[in-house]
Design a protein. Structure first.
Length: 250
């Protein structure tokens, strides 16, 4: 684990730094290749950071709404740098709403926009397990394998590294330069969704903190991954038979 990075005597939270770097690199990659999807790079960059800003603000406000007592003594503590005072799900919902509103105002075509932000999503999906490795979150199950790592008082599967390796392979597979000219809009995003759902389905069994669904002998995340994978494959097949909807065209 490396929860903090000491730079010039200042302790900086390392996991958020990894995520911020991943978002920045991903946004730049998407911006660079946005024109292939008929969208300007500035629009994609602004879309991503509108969603990010809404995620950060929305996550803190959602947490404050659910736990008002945490801020009752000092309302200014809502601006605290304590990352524990945050609701990821609430932030995600509000960030998604902000992205949809921005896209509608700018009249961005949905499938082309999803393809355009796919590289950014792929880079973030690579940064996330690395951030988890630094923080010790999403840790692996106890293991005695030679490559097991010491974490939280036990030797465990380095599941964060498994996921990072898979995310790296997925990023290579959907790299913007590999897109086929005239490909149906949406297929690039659906490939990322399918690959990522399959990876989560595969590696969830190595996690040590998953919630199980005993009646189905599955974990909650695996069940969600199954449903996501099935939906993504169905949409992929459906859109692949509609060649009239091309990337670079509205």
């Amino acid at each position: 684990m490396l929860p903090f990075l000491n730079l010039f005597g200042v302790a900086i939270a390392f996991p958020p730094l990894v995520l911020i770097l991943g978002i920045w690199l991903g946004a730049n990659l998407s911006e660079k290749h946005a024109a292939k999807h008929g969208i300007s790079g500035d629009q994609i960059f602004n879309l991503i950071f509108t969603g990010l800003a809404a995620y950060i603000v929305g996550g803190r406000l959602s947490y404050a709404a659910q736990h008002p007592s945490a801020f009752s003594d000092n309302l200014l503590s809502i601006f605290s740098r304590n990352f524990g005072l945050f609701d990821p799900l609430g932030g995600f919902v509000i960030g998604l709403i902000a992205i949809v509103i921005y896209g509608q105002r700018k009249k961005l075509a949905a499938w082309q926009t999803l393809d355009a932000i796919t590289p950014a999503l792929a880079v973030v999906l690579l940064a996330l397990p690395l951030a988890n490795l630094a923080s010790g979150e999403a840790f692996g199950a106890v293991s005695e394998l030679p490559w097991a790592i010491e974490l939280w008082g036990a030797t465990r599967h380095p599941v964060q590294l498994y996921e990072a390796l898979a995310a790296g392979l997925i990023l290579w597979q959907i790299w913007p330069g590999r897109i086929q000219k005239g490909e149906t809009a949406g297929l690039e995003f659906l490939r990322l969704l399918s690959y990522s759902a399959f990876a989560r389905l595969l590696f969830e069994g190595f996690r040590g903190s998953s919630v199980a669904v005993s009646s189905l002998n599955l974990r909650v995340a695996q069940l969600a991954a199954w449903l996501t994978l099935a939906g993504a494959l169905w949409l992929y097949h459906s859109r692949k038979t509609r060649p009239e909807v091309k990337n670079g065209k509205s």
